[in-house]
Design a protein around this ligand. Structure first.
Ligand SMILES: [Zn+2]
Length: 91
């Protein structure tokens, strides 16, 4: 993990941020889609006791994570469900 120089990681992360910000237009947050399973926000209604309905969104819990691909360390935006599954497969 420490073998890669710090500046190389920074360059890689910057390229990732540039990619995601250009691909997802109109989204304020950094990542709204899981890189592994493709989970994304879904919409529905928030319903009060009097059954008045207002729009709401359910966002997946996306976290920036370090993953190993072909022996190399990489940054990926994963949902916490995928992070848990990966942790299980590593053990
Ligand atoms: Zn996922």
């Amino acid at each position: 993990m420490r073998k890669i120089p710090a500046y190389a990681n920074i360059v890689w992360i910057c390229s990732i941020i540039a990619e995601t910000s250009s691909s997802i237009k109109g989204e304020t947050s950094l990542a709204t889609r899981c890189d592994l399973c493709g989970r994304h926000p879904v919409s529905g209604n928030s319903v009060s006791h009097s059954e008045r309905k207002t729009k709401r969104r359910w966002r997946p819990n996306i976290q920036k994570s370090r993953v190993f691909v072909d022996g190399a360390s990489r940054v990926a935006f994963l949902c916490t469900r995928c992070m848990r599954t990966l942790a299980k497969s590593e053990a």
